[in-house]
Design a protein around this ligand. Structure first.
Ligand code: ZN
Length: 394
């Protein structure tokens, strides 16, 4: 029973978003035209439009040309009303904020910094105030992308890079503003951003970011997978070689030890001990390899192929266990043709037959923007969830 209610709600949410997107794209449009373009029945359109009007998300804006009968009433987004807010708290305490109106138009972006955990909530508050032109009550919902392990209440349980533990974040903001505020791990929200950028066909997505470390996020049936303690989706610590390099997690042979920037430096030295690599460091090794690959450098290509092959092994495990429809990779290495061909070729070869043709493996379309796009999409969804979506008639 619960399942059918959940599915029903998600169909309504989807229809609402289709209608909203159509109104956004058209600028002004009549109910009849929405019905014609979406294929939804007139009564469904009428009910959903009524809901959006009551919520103050859209408004009636004059009449259009008559096609024989009465002149149709046109609808448009009430864009200057409420705002959705998103803030990304990065690993170094930098805050990146973003506000959008309900029509999806960017309102403002801004930056701030929190030097210590006690400054975080106030820093987010001040930033959001600035991004709402001083009128923070215009916010309808907020999505927060935080580093580390996040508690169910939306606080930072542990952010290793910052050395912050047990910092309440969403709760004090929620109490003060009285609107939906939710916090999630930033990489999880990057996965959410990649999903939302790919339309309605993607529902189960695995996101891998390969850089100095391996970050990952898992979306299952449009929901972030957190696990019991909010620390799930650590694909970077999937053991691929039990006798391999020691990982910072204390075990040996994790994916991260085979594909991160440090691994690339090590592999390069292993494959080419003769050459002087002293100009290379963790900050430029991937970029160097991609550049050398373009010039046909065999050693760079071997290093990249090694990394791609380890990444493919992890992806195959993920495909076999989770069966996602989409796997997205975010890395400088995606610009390398060797990386991409070895990655896709090895994954296709090693995946179990039932996975064949059932998944798409794609480079990130959003890059570093994915986190803030995800936090914004998440906050928008939060707004709809809390807006009493009607439950009959569809
Ligand atoms: Zn590990």
């Amino acid at each position: 029973m619960k399942l059918s209610i959940a599915n029903n709600t998600s169909v309504k949410e989807q229809n609402l978003r289709v209608i909203l997107n159509l109104i956004r794209a058209a600028g002004r449009i009549s109910r009849a035209e929405i019905s014609r373009q979406t294929g939804l029945s007139r009564s469904t359109v009428s009910e959903l439009v009524g809901f959006l009007l009551r919520q103050g998300i859209i408004e009636e804006a004059g009449t259009g040309d008559s096609l024989g009968g009465r002149r149709p009433i046109l609808l448009e987004i009430r864009a200057r009303g409420r705002l959705i807010g998103a803030v990304h708290v990065d690993d170094d305490g930098s805050l990146y904020g973003h506000t959008e109106d309900l029509a999806g138009n960017r309102f403002k972006t801004g930056r701030a910094h929190a030097r210590k955990p006690e400054e975080l909530v106030l820093g987010i508050w001040e930033l959001l105030k600035e991004l709402t032109d001083g009128d923070i009550d215009r916010l309808a919902s907020i999505g927060l992308a935080l580093p580390g392990v996040i508690s169910p209440q939306g606080g930072i349980l542990s952010a290793v890079n910052l050395g912050w533990n047990n910092v309440p974040v969403a709760e004090p903001l929620r109490r003060r503003l009285g609107i939906p505020v939710r916090a999630e791990n930033a990489t999880g929200l990057a996965a959410y951003g990649e999903m939302s950028a790919r339309g309605f066909d993607v529902h189960n997505l695995v996101y891998l970011r390969i850089g100095s470390v391996v970050g990952s996020g898992i979306i299952t049936n449009n929901q972030l997978h957190r696990g019991l303690r909010g620390s799930a989706a650590e694909i970077g610590h999937m053991v691929l070689d039990a006798g391999g390099e020691l990982c910072k997690c204390g075990r040996k042979g994790c994916l991260e030890t085979r594909v991160c920037r440090r691994a690339a430096l090590r592999l390069l030295v292993d494959h080419d001990a003769e050459r002087d690599h002293s100009s290379l460091n963790l900050g430029n090794i991937f970029e160097y390899l991609v550049g050398r690959d373009e010039q046909g450098d065999r050693i760079a290509q071997r290093v990249i192929a090694d990394i791609a092959s380890s990444t493919a092994s992890a992806i195959v495990n993920v495909l076999n266990i989770l069966g996602p429809d989409t796997v997205v990779i975010e890395s400088v290495l995606c610009d390398s043709s060797t990386f991409w061909s070895v990655l896709t070729g090895t994954t296709a070869k090693e995946a179990l037959p039932f996975a064949e043709g059932k998944y798409q493996l794609l480079p990130s379309s959003l890059g570093k923007e994915a986190v803030v796009v995800g936090a914004m999409a998440y906050a928008t969804r939060l707004f709809y969830e809390h807006s009493q979506i009607p439950t009959v008639g569809i």
